[in-house]
Design a binder for this molecule. Structure first.
Ligand code: MN
Length: 561
């Protein structure tokens, strides 16, 4: 809370937000029994720690005031200004999203969160909110724990990771892990705890040795510490290593922080000279950063006592960025002006993995002063799309100008066809109303209702248009083009006793139902028409051959009707 205290002391806005939120939440309790205000305060503390500005810290303090105390957003705007209100409103909207583990939704939902936020700082407040909620998750009923933990694991932790906030991402996963995988977690605690401690002790013995070695060789060393691998990522790794902890060399890794880039490679050389590197275990994420921008040198060596251990080497700057990602950039922008981050090494991103995040990351490069920087935090790359929500929190992706009817058809054709009205954010709304991102849309349906032709005047999606056209044609009936439903056999044969009986016997033996028989003497021979309940051409052709073998049959053909 050190950074928070600093901002609190220096910012009138933050102090006012503090008092306002404290008063608004007065008397409310968290499920843990503590005063509700502890929660927004913790979120504000995290946001301050990550280096965000006073507006974001104020917004974090106020983030639950609208949702949980019924204070209108206009009041926030009045008292704390447009920008703070904008952030609070964004966080409030994000609160409506619920994820229940539908795989196909994941990417949409992450996109949605960014689009709806419109400003990275909204996402960051939301992440701070989630971090504290996860820390106090034990107080909630089991079913809620599961849902929130799942949402954290699938949506928020990856989102934090993509924003480069690696420390937060790992922490969120670790907090979610025991709720999602209680058995596995128990297993880990039982089987790995001692190993962790042994490795930790080993690292502590190794540290001074390494430090002396680096200092003797004039490396500008800032610090060496050890980092224990997180339970959640260890578990993922164990699954790939036969659950054998002995095979995991980075259970506890040494982290060497040096002054600049040259020191990184120089330190690496000294480490490899001192201890033999394990073949094929060296990774240069400085020259080739990870898609989220992570930079570091990783190597694994046969250390003293013949133990294998991982060592990571990076600059203080790289370390800061790995921990706090986009937030770290924000801190730089605030403190040092624009130059510092323009020097940043270009990020090589895997386009396939990133896609939309790529656009997000471009912000790092395309600005030259602080105004541009703030502007760059605005997310406008979804400006052609609207992301609306079902009452259950499922995200529906639509073009700008889309209406409840488009929304209905996007969910299901039947819902579109039977749609009679809509409720948007709880209010009954006409069907031609244009939706906005973040709207919660409930479609009212009535069985056997048909679409109205007038809908064609306002729907935006081609899907909706096509379905409406199809349903209208069905309604009038005349234009319906149906597929064939039966086959009509046309047989010309010499009239003889029992002919018809023989023919129908053949058809019955082929397990084909006869729908009707028609016979007429039009020329020399009687023509028999038999309608059969099949459209299977192969079957019919076989049948024709059998009938042709019957005595007296002259000609036979068929038609699907
Ligand atoms: Mn909250």
């Amino acid at each position: 809370m050190k950074r928070f205290q600093e901002i609190f002391n220096s910012s009138d806005l933050v102090r006012r937000a503090f008092d306002f939120a404290k008063l608004a939440h007065a008397g409310q309790k968290r499920k843990t029994g503590e005063p509700y205000f502890n929660h927004p305060l913790a979120a504000a503390g995290a946001v301050a720690e990550w280096g965000l500005d006073e507006t974001t810290v104020a917004a974090a303090l106020l983030h639950d005031v609208v949702e949980d105390t019924g204070c209108p957003i206009e009041k926030i705007k009045e008292q704390f200004g447009e920008e703070t209100a904008f952030l609070v409103d964004g966080v409030t909207k994000l609160g409506k999203i619920k994820y229940r583990g539908v795989e196909r939704q994941v990417e949409n939902l992450r996109k949605f969160i960014l689009a709806l936020s419109q400003d990275i700082r909204v996402v960051i407040v939301k992440l701070a909110d989630r971090l504290h909620n996860m820390r106090t998750l034990a107080a909630l009923p089991p079913q809620k724990q599961k849902r929130i933990a799942l949402e954290t694991m699938d949506i928020y932790a990856p989102l934090a990771y993509r924003l480069g906030m690696q420390k937060l991402s790992g922490e969120l996963e670790d907090l979610a892990f025991p709720f999602l995988y209680p058995q596995e977690y128990k297993w880990l605690i039982k089987n790995v705890k001692d190993k962790y401690e042994q490795r930790e002790q080993y690292s502590n013995r190794l540290k001074p040795v390494l430090e002396t070695e680096l200092r003797n060789n004039n490396i500008n060393l800032i610090s060496i510490d050890s980092r224990a691998k997180r339970y959640s990522s260890l578990y993922k790794k164990l699954l790939r290593y036969d659950m054998n902890v002995e095979n995991i060399y980075d259970l506890v890794a040494l982290r060497v922080i040096v002054k600049d880039l040259e020191d990184c490679y120089a330190a690496l050389g000294i480490i490899h000279k001192t201890w033999l590197p394990v073949p094929r275990r060296f990774k240069d994420y400085i020259a080739l950063p990870k898609p989220n921008g992570y930079q570091s040198l990783h190597t694994t060596v046969f250390g003293p006592e013949n133990k294998i251990t991982e060592i990571q080497i990076k600059t203080a700057r790289m370390h800061e960025e790995a921990e706090h990602g986009i937030a770290a950039h924000f801190a730089y922008a605030q403190n040092k002006g624009a130059k510092a981050y323009l020097e940043r090494t270009a990020t090589f991103a895997d386009a396939k993995e990133l896609g939309w995040v790529q656009q997000l990351q471009n912000w790092q490069k395309n600005f030259s002063n602080e105004d541009d920087f703030l502007q760059s935090l605005k997310i406008d790359f979804f400006k052609d799309r609207i992301l609306a929500l079902t009452p259950k929190g499922e995200v529906i992706d639509l073009p700008v100008g889309a209406t409840p009817v488009d929304f209905a058809y996007q969910i299901h054709t039947d819902i579109g066809d039977n749609c009679v009205g809509s409720r948007i954010n709880g209010k009954i709304t006409p069907l031609d109303h244009q939706l906005r991102s973040g709207d919660v849309v409930e479609i009212l349906t009535q069985k056997n209702k048909k679409p109205s032709e007038s809908w064609l005047n306002f729907v935006k999606t081609s899907g909706a248009k096509n379905h409406i056209h199809a349903a209208l044609k069905n309604k009038s009936g005349s234009l319906v083009k149906r597929g064939p439903e039966a086959a009509e056999l046309r047989i010309t044969a010499e009239d003889r006793m029992g002919l018809l009986k023989d023919i129908t016997a053949v058809i019955s033996r082929s397990h084909v139902n006869i729908l009707g028989v028609n016979s007429a003497v039009t020329s020399r021979y009687p023509a028999i028409k038999i309608r059969c309940a099949t459209t299977d051409k192969a079957k019919i052709e076989k049948l024709l051959l059998k009938i042709k073998e019957l005595g007296g049959v002259k000609e036979i053909s068929y038609q699907l009707i």
